[in-house]
Ligand binder design. Structure first.
Ligand SMILES: [Zn+2]
Length: 229
């Protein structure tokens, strides 16, 4: 496997998703240029607009608007299927999680936003799950990835919709994954719904709704980048 990777890298060297330089999927210069916000002792959540009734906060590694590099990388990850970029995203997210005082004790449960099987088939991977697993690899036993949610409705692609349409589009799109229910222990763990980007927050909110309606007390979002103001 390693030899194949080596050969492929030699024949088709990876190029940086952001600046297109050869050598890595996201080059050191671009990673270094990311503008990170230091987390304060009280975690710096996105202040959520009023329409968010279920989600308790969103943790994000980078601000989309200030980091065009991450924007390019996420687009490439999702639409050109450069799965390798997940490693870079997981570095950013793990760093952020490590700074969170509320996540210091107790288990961190990552719940990937599920994809509808049709889209999963098309893309070949669920970007949220791939990021979640890579975060788990970095943070060890403290983190567990549990697919607590399932997607029951094939919805129009969020990226093409307005903010209002996004909320309506996702209504009742998610349900609790019955196969996993026995695993959840509210109170002992901290729950994060994982996605690549939080744009209007509609996806995370609709996922949080399902969990809250099923007895979860606190539910947070965890994303690589946030796009909403
Ligand atoms: Zn670069």
């Amino acid at each position: 496997m390693r030899i194949i990777t080596f050969l492929l890298d030699t024949l088709f060297p990876p190029t940086c998703a952001s600046c297109k330089k050869e050598g890595a999927f996201l080059c050191e210069d671009c990673v270094r240029a990311f503008k990170k916000r230091k987390i304060r002792p009280r975690p710096s959540f996105v202040r959520l607009p009023k329409e968010f009734a279920y989600m308790d906060g969103v943790i994000y590694a980078l601000d989309y608007a200030k980091n065009p590099g991450i924007q390019a990388a996420i687009q490439q990850f999702k639409y050109k299927f450069t799965r390798e970029l997940a490693a870079y995203f997981a570095d950013l997210v793990s760093e952020k999680l490590g700074q969170l005082s509320m996540a210091k004790n107790g288990k961190i449960i990552l719940i990937p936003v599920p994809l509808h099987p049709k889209r999963l088939n098309y893309r070949g991977f669920n970007q949220a799950e791939v990021i979640g697993r890579a975060v788990g690899e970095r943070m060890g036993d403290r983190v567990e990835i549990i697919p607590l949610l399932a997607r029951v409705r094939h919805t129009a692609q969020q990226a093409k919709l307005t903010k209002k349409e996004r909320h309506a589009n996702l209504e009742n799109a998610f349900i609790l994954n019955k196969k996993c229910v026995h695993k959840f222990e509210p109170g002992k763990s901290i729950y994060f719904i994982v996605d690549d980007v939080c744009t209007t927050g509609a996806t995370l909110e609709n996922c949080a709704k399902v969990l809250k309606e099923n007895g979860f007390k606190k539910v947070y979002g965890l994303v690589v980048a946030r796009a909403f103001k």
